[in-house]
Design a protein around this ligand. Structure first.
Ligand code: RFL
Ligand code: PHB
Length: 420
């Protein structure tokens, strides 16, 4: 069977269902699989799909239900490499039909707008605007089709024995404790998941910066103000005009960390957004009722290493970036690319080289994206200590960026995605 650009292998192993009785706990059902994946976000689902393509059995354990996950509004911009990976996994049909190919972005500062032609600056690379919700839906549908198991509403997930070659994951469902025995555990359970927290503190190092502001985002069924994204530096704070389709807009304004969505009526949001844009964009905004409104905190975070024996961390479980560079989902995808290839190498060639190199390979790319996202955030936001001098420095940097070919090229190659 074909699986994107990969020829899907026969499932390597039949998964036996074992019924066990224990004097203490009733093990209602135990599963055996090759890779137990914790978390059914984009990282877990994409890993599951790629492993399926390689004939590697896997089970996903997710603490929420499908509808909850599909209700989360998050990322919107996919790097070309991420699109390639979704193609490889055989889930890019709807993306190619409905996604919007973008050749560049606009920067708005000092009351004017400037276009960065990223396609020209990178020798032809582009991005695709396609919501994370849709990526997730496509991956969930593909998983249903191939019949791989996802256990939703899995409570109290716990990781065991990943320092040995017989790791296990336990969870509670319908009041009963169940166990999945596996060869490897993939911790794809996001920033607040259990996987990273299961690692002994002396085995892990963490690096973090919490920014003194958040993003208030709204989704509205109104046409986007401009065909490309507008990133805005304004004395009242950052703003971003993005979109999901020709009829659905996604807008953000910088807010304080202690702010609350209840403080923001739709009218207040539209007024604030317009005040931060250049006059033409402000006049062109089509307003309408919000269909979603939320506040996201901005954080940079990296955990090192990303492998602990037979446990691998991938995506937000291992690192967080502020959304300013549109890198979070794309980094999750690049981790999954490295990890899926490493596991394929292990099963096909009995080679440990890929799994041994996973952490350092992934972290090298992660830190570059961390730096880029931090830089974009620093250049575009108003910090509590932004004085007139630092505001002028930000404007000088933006002016340099839009007037220097070298600076434009450096920003573009990072925004469209560094090579794997
Ligand atoms: P996720 O998506 O958080 O999924 C983790 C899953 O694990 C489950 N889980 C557990 N399951 C079982 N047991 C437990 N104990 C569990 N704990 C958690 C959760 O329920 C969830 O289903 O992590 P993943 O897969 O690593 O994906 C990462 C991305 O979601 C994230 O990086 C992006 O959304 C970040 N991001 C953006 N990334 C981009 O590449 N481009 C963008 O344009 C972009 N925009 C954004 C963003 C994130 C934002 N927010 C909300 C912070 C815009 C915003 C506003
Ligand atoms: C989005 O559309 O949600 C989006 C786009 C670009 C970003 C962050 C978020 O940098």
């Amino acid at each position: 069977m074909r699986c994107g650009s990969i020829v899907r292998k026969q499932v390597a192993r039949k998964v036996p269902l074992i019924r066990q009785q224990s004097p203490k706990i009733l093990w209602e059902r135990s599963l055996r699989t090759q890779v137990a994946i914790i978390g059914s976000g984009p990282a877990g689902l994409l890993l599951g799909q790629l492993l399926d393509c390689y004939g590697i059995d896997n089970v996903i354990l997710e603490r929420k239900d499908r509808e909850y996950i599909l209700g989360r509004i998050r990322a919107g911009v996919l790097e070309q490499g991420t699109v390639g990976l979704l193609e490889e996994a055989g889930v890019a049909e709807r993306l190619h039909r409905d996604g919007l190919v973008h050749d560049g972005v606009e920067l708005c500062f000092g009351g004017s707008r400037y276009r960065i032609d990223m396609k020209a600056a990178t020798g032809g690379k582009t991005m695709v605007v396609y919501g994370q919700t849709e990526v997730t839906r496509d991956l969930m549908d593909a998983r249903l089709k191939v019949g791989r198991e996802t256990i939703y509403d899995a409570g109290d997930v716990s990781l065991h024995d990943f320092g040995t070659d017989q790791p296990k994951v336990r969870y509670v469902k319908d009041g009963k404790t169940r166990e999945v025995a596996c060869d490897f555990i993939a911790g794809c359970d996001g920033f607040r998941g259990v996987s990273r927290l299961s690692v002994p503190t002396e085995a892990i190092r963490m690096f973090e910066r919490i920014y003194p502001f958040g993003w208030l985002g709204i989704l509205s069924d109104t046409p986007p103000v401009s065909p490309e994204l507008i990133y805005t530096n304004h004395e009242r704070g950052f703003a971003l005009c993005s979109m999901r389709s020709a009829t659905r807009s996604r807008y953000y304004v910088q807010c304080t960390n202690d702010d609350h969505v209840d403080n923001w009526s739709d009218d207040r949001f539209w007024d604030e957004l317009r005040r931060r844009l250049d006059p033409k964009a402000a006049a062109g905004i089509v307003i309408g009722p919000s269909i979603e409104k939320s506040i996201a905190q901005l954080r940079s975070f990296v955990a090192e290493p990303m492998r602990f024996g037979r446990l691998f961390l991938a995506g937000d479980a291992a690192h967080i970036v502020p959304p300013t560079g549109a890198k979070g989902l794309n980094l999750a995808a690049s981790d999954v690319r490295y990890l899926s290839h490493a596991l394929r190498e292990f099963y096909n060639e009995r080679s440990h080289a890929g799994i041994d190199g996973y952490s350092s390979k992934a972290l090298a790319r992660v830190w570059k994206a961390e730096r880029f996202s931090w830089w974009m955030t620093s250049m575009l936001h108003r910090f509590p200590d932004t004085d007139e001098f630092s505001a002028r420095i930000q404007l000088a940097e933006l002016n340099y960026l839009v007037s220097s070919q070298a600076a434009t090229a450096a920003m573009s190659e990072q925004y469209v995605g560094l090579p794997y």
